[in-house]
Design a protein around this ligand. Sequence first.
Ligand SMILES: Cc1ncc(COP(=O)(O)O)c(C=O)c1O
Length: 371
Amino acid sequence: MSEHIPLVDLHAQYHRYQDEFDQAVAACLANTSFIGGPDHKAFAAEFGAFCGGGSVALCANGTDAIYLALVELLGLGDGTGEVITTSHTFIATSESITLAGYKPVFVDVRPDTLLMDPDKVEAAITPQTRAILPVHLYGQMVEMDRIMEIARRHGLKVMEDAAQAHGAAWDGKGPGEWGDAATFSFYPGKNLGAWGDAGAVYARDAAFIQRVNMRANHGRVAKYEHEFEGTSSRLDGLQAAILRVKLRHLAQWNQERRQVAAWYGELLGNNPKITLPVVLPKATHVFHLFVIQLDDRDAVLAHLKSLNIEAGVHYPMPLHEQPAYQYLGYAPEALPVTHQIAQKILSLPIYPEISRAQVERVAAAVLDCVK
Ligand SMILES: Cc1ncc(COP(=O)(O)O)c(C=O)c1O
């Protein structure tokens, strides 16, 4: 059997920086700062600086981050207010909208970037609309200048789901530098991933972030003094210690991901049956995923599997077609681009440590199938 090529290789990352990780974990254990503590405080400050100089509230995961930020931004809803987002995303996006008391309204994506289509947003705005929630999927940001212009014209808030976009930019500005806030996931496989679940909210407004922090920790102002009811969604000190190590390398890793994307582009770019990811001129892409489109996707996926190469589909069934959202009443073709691309998209292995030889093996295996 040929060498296994995973979709994401967390072993390679651990071994590459083992000494740094081991030291950070040992230091955290030695001072037993399991909740809060010096690493927690330092990581919030360092990640805030990385994102553009604003403030950061750390929380338990990226799903909670969206929920906490939405409740803080819009207030807890009664189910009638609407939040516009895309159906081509992970369910955490829409799930958190519902949890915050709002109704998700799905708009279609652009056929090239597979991101929220700004041309589709305005038609989805109703008197009930409260916010627009663009998702910076795969590592590329939505066209935020256009989204902000629409939001301003209609008096809407904007929350960015940046779970897959640590270090990405649109016209030089990152997530949360455009909208009212941006949320991040540090799920282990993300560009910046913890060793368990972790998440964050970033915003330029420090008072807003202070309230998100309180909301993530029982609405506390002191140990047993609660200004309002929140929840328990804290980030472990150990995860903060790991994330501090990784943040030091994130810019380099994102550069390495772009190199891998360029290799795939060079190796697969001449085949008219393969559509490569499109990077818009104002985008700084961080290639959380490298997603191609092709007609015979399932055959290629099976062929890669037979060669011990792991690929993925992000995501095989759009949210508006999921059983969970039948109550919203969307026909599959109501979002034609989203509906069609679900059959065509294929995520190829990408991570900073993947070698040129491994990328060549993956590309050759794809080309075997689409001669
Ligand atoms: C686009 C998107 N939004 C939200 C989330 C939720 O993050 P988490 O898994 O940390 O709750 C994820 C991660 O899986 C995601 O990919």
